[in-house]
Design a protein around this ligand. Structure first.
Ligand code: ZN
Length: 214
């Protein structure tokens, strides 16, 4: 099953991708994580990407798609993949679709008001980067479970900046959603519900699609 998860920051798509990966035994592929790995390993593609990032420019779509296709052709992704954080541009979407089209694209919709509230409540470990959510239990914590680092609110997570991030996201994603809708692969999911309920909505659609294929 080839799946793409799209959602604004704070929609929980990373958590959902992780869950689906375990449930269906297919890899969760995050383009951001792929790039970080390549940069760390100092591969050719990693060095190319880094040179753009250092200049404050976006990595060209062709490089992003090449890296992603390479990952998807590995053995563990032969039965399918779950993409998170891709595509970000129409060009990426079309280049990718030409090679390995997704069967289902889930758009996890969360209204901006709720996104801002969710993100403003989250904190990050200043040492290892682990993210802490907004549950009461997590809010009481002052230090990271994993490394004892101090928990802080990231500058990026403050409401005015989140609002700006959401505006950019909306601009980027509108033509992409329109196109996937035309391809009849887009499913809208109510992302205001709990992690468990959102997961149940997604798996219900996956089961229906799997049955139709038989
Ligand atoms: Zn930590």
């Amino acid at each position: 099953m080839n799946i793409i998860l799209i959602g604004p920051p704070g929609s929980g798509k990373g958590v959902q991708a992780q869950l689906l990966s375990t449930q269906y035994d297919i890899p969760h592929i995050s383009v951001g994580a792929l790039f970080r790995e390549q940069i760390k390993k100092r591969t050719l593609i990693g060095q190319q990407a880094e040179s753009y990032v250092k200049k404050g420019q976006l990595v060209p779509d062709k490089i992003t798609v090449t890296l992603l296709l390479r990952r998807i052709r590995q053995r563990d992704a032969q039965r399918g993949y779950i993409l998170d954080g891709f595509p970000r541009t129409e060009e990426q979407m079309k280049l990718f679709h030409y090679h390995i089209p997704p069967q289902l694209v889930f758009y996890i919709h969360v209204p901006p008001r709720l996104t801002i509230k969710r993100i403003a409540g989250r904190r990050q470990c200043s040492r290892c980067g682990k993210i802490y959510g907004t549950s009461l239990q997590e809010q009481k914590k002052g230090h990271c479970d994993a490394c004892q680092g101090l928990l802080i609110t990231r500058e990026d997570d403050r409401p005015p900046i989140v609002k700006k991030r959401l505006d950019i996201f909306k601009q980027e994603i509108t033509p992409i959603l329109r196109w996937y809708k035309e391809q009849e692969v887009l499913i809208r999911i109510d992302g205001t519900k709990s992690i468990k309920t959102v997961n149940a909505q997604i798996t219900a659609h996956l089961q229906t699609t799997a049955r139709q294929k038989q």
